[in-house]
Design a protein around this ligand. Structure first.
Ligand SMILES: C[S@@+](CC[C@H](N)C(=O)[O-])C[C@H]1O[C@@H](n2cnc3c(N)ncnc32)[C@H](O)[C@@H]1O
Length: 334
């Protein structure tokens, strides 16, 4: 979870000032806001009168907010209900693309929406779909094997009790179809920790959300396809909220922005090109003030890179994270 959150009603786009100061030198062109949400980034970018925004979101429930912006900036804003892995479907004729922005994760609205069943506080049927999904958490929990479940909890949630939780799920689902609270009860029984800062179910729920929304494949293909449509000089900026996402973005930018030496003793230049210029190696993180006003922003990391070459061969990137892509592929049989 992340995100653009603080109290019940308020919406605070994370690292907004930092993001705007990174992209503003490129002012006067089109920006693709891959994760429109409540439009925090889009609104700010549109305040510059020469900018256009093409906003994407897989969740059609954002349409109301998107229509408000459409009314205000008729010729400079458009919205598409599209997953960002399909960014190549956007028609960029008559656009001068300057940047592609991702603010990963979930909005407060989505977390609070009971029918989405994203939070472990929900008493609704297991769901977790953000939009444009092929299956829900209900099918994952009630259909997948013990071994598959335990891998999902382990690798997407870093849940050390993955085996035991999966075993209990298999036992319990013989008696009834499991819903959100059944799952929370199973996890509480296994973990049985009290007075912890984070809820027992946090890790397992994160894992399920990633799997249901195929978030790793989305991110990897979103970055690759985004790179392909971006002209030289354009920027890719990504805000992540958990370590696996950040690892992927960091590898993508770093691996294609510096010459790697295969060995300290026999340096040679790896084949492949330098595709990005990185201004900063370290991520930008929220200030203390932002964290105080909006506590969920504390895990946010913003990384960005400028494209400097059109050629690409992302085999190494795919190979590095292939394990996770294959794990998500297990969802295809549901
Ligand atoms: C953290 S919110 C974005 C908040 C936004 N920056 C703002 O200021 O309002 C993330 C949004 O991205 C959307 N999203 C997540 N993964 C997506 C994907 N693969 N394709 C398109 N939209 C996605 C979610 O539905 C959610 O609305």
């Amino acid at each position: 979870m992340n995100a653009t959150i603080n109290s019940e009603k308020n919406h605070f786009p994370v690292l907004l000032d930092e993001l705007i100061s990174i992209i503003s030198p490129l002012y006067g062109g089109t920006f693709i806001d891959c994760t429109f949400g409540q439009g925090g980034y889009s609104k700010e970018i549109l305040k510059y009168s020469k900018n256009k925004v093409i906003a994407l979101d897989r969740d059609i429930d954002v349409l109301k907010d998107a229509n408000l912006l459409k009314n205000k900036y008729e010729n400079r804003f458009q919205f598409k209900n599209l997953k960002f892995s399909n960014i190549n479907k956007i028609d960029l004729k008559n656009h001068k693309l300057k940047g592609i922005i991702f603010d990963l994760g979930y909005s407060l609205k989505q977390i609070q929406d009971k029918k989405k069943g994203i939070s472990f506080k929900s008493s609704a049927r297991l769901n977790m779909k953000m939009g444009l999904n092929n299956f829900s958490a209900y099918e994952v929990i009630n259909k997948m094997s013990e071994d598959e479940l335990s891998k999902i909890f382990k690798y997407f949630g870093d849940e050390s009790k993955n085996k035991l939780i999966s075993r209990y799920i298999i036992e319990k689902r013989k008696l009834k179809d499991l819903n959100t609270q059944d799952l929370v009860n199973i996890i509480n029984r296994v973990k049985n920790y009290k007075n912890k800062k984070t809820h027992n179910a946090t890790k397992a729920f994160q894992a399920l959300r990633i799997f249901v929304n195929q978030e790793i494949s989305e991110l990897i293909y979103g970055l690759i396809e985004g790179f392909k449509i971006l002209p030289i000089g354009g920027i890719i900026a990504v805000v992540t909220f958990h370590s696996l996402e950040d690892k992927i973005v960091k590898f993508f930018f770093k691996n294609y922005s510096e010459i790697q030496k295969s060995s300290r003793y026999f340096p040679d230049i790896k084949d492949g090109k330098i595709l990005f210029k990185l201004d900063k190696k370290k991520p930008i993180v929220p200030s203390r003030l932002e964290i105080r006003t909006n506590p969920p922003s504390r895990s946010a990391k913003l990384r960005y890179a400028i494209k400097i070459d059109n050629s690409f061969d992302f085999k190494e990137f795919n190979k590095k994270f292939n394990f996770f892509l294959e794990l998500e592929n297990l969802g295809k049989k549901l």
